[in-house]
Design a protein around this ligand. Structure first.
Ligand code: FE
Length: 258
């Protein structure tokens, strides 16, 4: 796809945009150059050490631990969340103006993690009116298959949305999803995958000796409307002030990007 680091989002091939629209995900290589990878990785490790982590797992094994809203907790993560190349690509893929919703700094521990079950993100996002919302997932270390790379179900974002909340976390319960091919995407440090908020995805276990560190940033259509998911942890947005369902998520807390 690309042998050298991208200079601007305009360097992204039209073919990649077409594939994203069709498949609901795309892998863009070397979005970050070596010095940026080193800087963001160092900052990420510091943040994971310093900040409170939300754990997600069973017993003493975790699927993931993450620092929520990492864009509010470090200047470097803020820069990564509004990175001109990443957000420029995101806008080209979405085809509409976008706003930053949130970033999570993700850690899949070395050796003892559980797989990330298949799901799609839309149900867990407290906004609506965002038909082009998407997530940029930036690898800050190499993530081969055995370190728990992402797997996507091409075209799953185009299926009529299920009205049953349980389908968000059991998407393979739907026969029309169950029998679709699944594509695992090993990535190098500095690569980025983009997936639509309705694309079904999962990730394997980290069976290596190196922690899987990545930053996952959600962008929403400019004009997205606040709604409650019914999950307090998801509905309460730090530093967003009083939020009223039915009102737009905008202003400096949810800046325009791209
Ligand atoms: Fe997800």
């Amino acid at each position: 796809m690309h042998s050298g680091a991208l200079v601007t989002a305009r360097d992204l091939a039209e073919e990649a945009v077409r594939r994203y629209r069709e498949d609901g995900f795309v892998h863009v290589r070397q979005v970050l150059g070596e010095p940026e990878i080193a800087e963001f990785h160092e900052d990420a490790m510091e943040l994971l050490e310093r900040e409170q982590r939300t754990g997600w797992g069973a017993g003493d094994r975790t699927v993931l631990e993450f620092v929520a809203d990492s864009q509010l907790k470090s200047e470097a993560m803020r820069r990564l969340a509004v990175h001109p190349v990443i957000t420029g690509i995101a806008e080209r893929l979405a085809g509409v103006p976008l706003r930053l919703f949130k970033q999570e700094l993700l850690l899949k521990e070395a050796g003892r993690s559980l797989p990330t079950d298949a799901h799609f993100d839309e149900f867990a996002l407290p906004f609506t009116a965002a038909p082009s919302g998407l997530t940029a997932w930036v690898a800050l270390v190499d993530v081969p298959m055995e370190r728990g790379c992402m797997t996507f179900v091409p075209g799953s974002h185009l299926l009529p949305p299920s009205q049953r909340p349980q389908d968000a976390w059991e998407p393979f319960g739907r026969p029309e999803v169950r029998w679709l091919p699944r594509v695992a995407v090993p990535v190098r440090a500095g690569d980025c995958t983009f997936h639509h908020i309705r694309t079904v995805h999962s990730a394997g276990v980290n069976a290596t000796g190196v922690p899987r560190v990545s930053a996952s940033t959600v962008y929403m259509d400019d004009g997205a409307i606040y709604r409650k998911t019914g999950n307090r942890g998801l509905d309460e947005l730090p530093e967003a002030g009083e939020l009223t369902p039915g009102r737009r998520l905008d202003g400096a807390r949810f800046p325009r990007v791209g």
